[in-house]
Design a protein around this ligand. Structure first.
Ligand SMILES: Cc1cc2nc3c(=O)[nH]c(=O)nc-3n(C[C@H](O)[C@H](O)[C@H](O)COP(=O)(O)OP(=O)(O)OC[C@H]3O[C@@H](n4cnc5c(N)ncnc54)[C@H](O)[C@@H]3O)c2cc1C
Length: 412
């Protein structure tokens, strides 16, 4: 029986492991945390007399998530309409800028992307179409909050027409918490998953891959490396052989940084989505399981410069103050705020990735390519759903399929 190690039990690693077990492999999943799911992490907060689910990591299930929907169906999980649109956020500190004006400007920018070179940043394209003033700043804020990097760092292609589109479309969450999906996938994998097993090295020797975890070495026939991009590029925490071509492609990936803040509300609000243009954060209230709006204010801040200005390295206080000023329409309680700072999580080292200007089709191929007996998966690899849960799942399936195909060629 082929022995395969999977490094990381996020959605990418779990998808790969599921597929490999299905193909008859003897799979061991190494996960450093004491839970599966990685950047999918649901917990509860007490608000208005009850417990409500919060998503400390990935939240929205968006259009085109066919793989995630397939997994949910398989595990009997229900998607709940959030009742608000992830795509449309009222600029609360720029009341004279309408969401329609932002959408119109976004459309002009998307048209300009379609006709020009692929090596431009979002900022380049906005310069080209010649817009200035508050509407531009609101649009920039909207994009920086989606990509979690500055508009001059991210490729215009794939950004303006995908994650950061600006028209009202529905968005969903997994009823009872997104965490239910990795938990369900893990329950099928059972003993194959080893929690609290941090990998220190993955090294190829001849026909073997030697994995070092907790100081112990173990040999496998293959390994799927499904670790976060931020962990993979940090040579001090992980010894792993990555070929030059892949490293070059990785240099055109940009690491986004984001944090979330959850505040309990004393009253049930209406569904809403309001952003702070200056603060580069947005806030929303949304439906929970059962279709009623939950009394929880969810906040997301993106881009490291703004996050540090909000003081996320010192706790929730600074950011909470700005949120209270922005959302004076809500009855925000005084129970403890829950802050989740992904840039400082050593097992994530950031939130999710985006493509830098100049990222090419060849780069995408290099990222996805196997290196000897090492296969790679993770949100940063999928070219279409980069940075998203759907991309993580797709990358896991693709890596496993490539491994299974290579193995059957060797056997033939
Ligand atoms: C704040 C935030 C908001 C987001 N919002 C959305 C959203 O609304 N919609 C959406 O689709 N996506 C969203 N995402 C992105 C989504 O969470 C990710 O794209 C996806 O979960 C990544 O899955 P992954 O398997 O590639 O990585 P991960 O989930 O990070 O899995 C990698 C695993 O590797 C483990 N690991 C790390 N180092 C080691 C080691 N040395 N040894 C062993 N294990 C290790 C980690 O603990 C982790 O479990 C958001 C992410 C964040 C942080």
């Amino acid at each position: 029986m082929t022995r395969t190690a999977v490094l990381g039990a996020g959605l990418a690693g779990l998808a790969a492991a599921t597929e490999l077990v299905g193909a008859g492999h003897d799979v061991t999943v190494f996960e450093a945390r004491n839970r599966v799911g990685g950047r999918v992490w649901s917990e509860t907060i007490s608000a208005a007399g009850g417990l409500h689910v919060i998503e400390r990591g990935a939240e929205f299930v968006l259009g085109g998530y066919s793989t995630l929907r397939d997994h949910c169906r398989k595990h009997g999980l229900e998607l709940v309409d959030t009742g608000m649109s992830y795509y449309v956020r009222i600029p609360g500190d720029r009341p004279h800028v309408s969401t329609d004006a932002m959408a119109t400007l976004g459309e002009r920018a998307a048209e300009a992307v379609a006709t020009g070179s692929g090596a431009r940043s979002v900022a380049d394209v906005l310069d080209e179409i010649g817009v200035e003033g508050d509407t531009r700043e609101a649009l920039e804020a909207r994009i920086e909050m989606s990509t979690a990097v500055r508009v001059d760092q991210v490729s215009a292609q794939g950004t303006l027409d995908h994650v950061a589109s600006f028209h009202p479309q529905p968005s969903w969450r997994i009823g009872g918490g997104n965490q239910r999906l990795p938990d369900a996938m893990a329950s099928v994998l059972g003993d194959a998953i080893r929690l609290n097993s941090k990998v220190q090295a993955a090294v190829q020797h001849g026909d073997e891959v030697v994995i070092t975890a907790g100081g112990e070495e173990e040999s496998f026939d293959y390994a799927v490396v499904a670790l976060p991009f931020g962990v993979l590029i940090d040579a001090t925490s992980l010894l792993i052989d990555i070929p030059d071509r892949k490293r070059q492609a990785m240099s055109r990936i940009v690491q986004g940084n984001a944090a979330k803040l959850h505040l309990a509300l004393d009253e049930v609000p209406r569904a809403s989505a309001v952003m702070s243009v200056s603060g580069r954060f947005w806030t929303w209230t949304a439906n929970g399981l059962g279709g009623a709006v939950a009394p929880v204010l969810n906040c997301f801040g993106g881009e490291i410069g703004h996050l540090l200005r909000l003081g996320i390295d010192r706790g929730a206080r600074g950011w909470e103050g700005e949120v209270r000023a922005l959302r004076a329409d809500l009855a925000i309680g005084h129970a403890g705020a829950v802050i989740t700072s992904w840039p400082f999580d050593p097992l994530a080292r950031g939130a999710y990735t985006a493509h830098a200007p100049g990222f090419s089709v060849q780069d995408a191929e290099a990222l996805a390519a196997a290196y000897g007996r090492l296969y790679f998966a993770g949100e940063y690899i999928d070219p279409e759903f980069t940075g998203l849960m759907e991309g993580a799942l797709r990358s896991g399936h693709s890596a496993a399929a490539a491994l299974i195909a290579a193995e059957s060629r060797v056997a033939a």
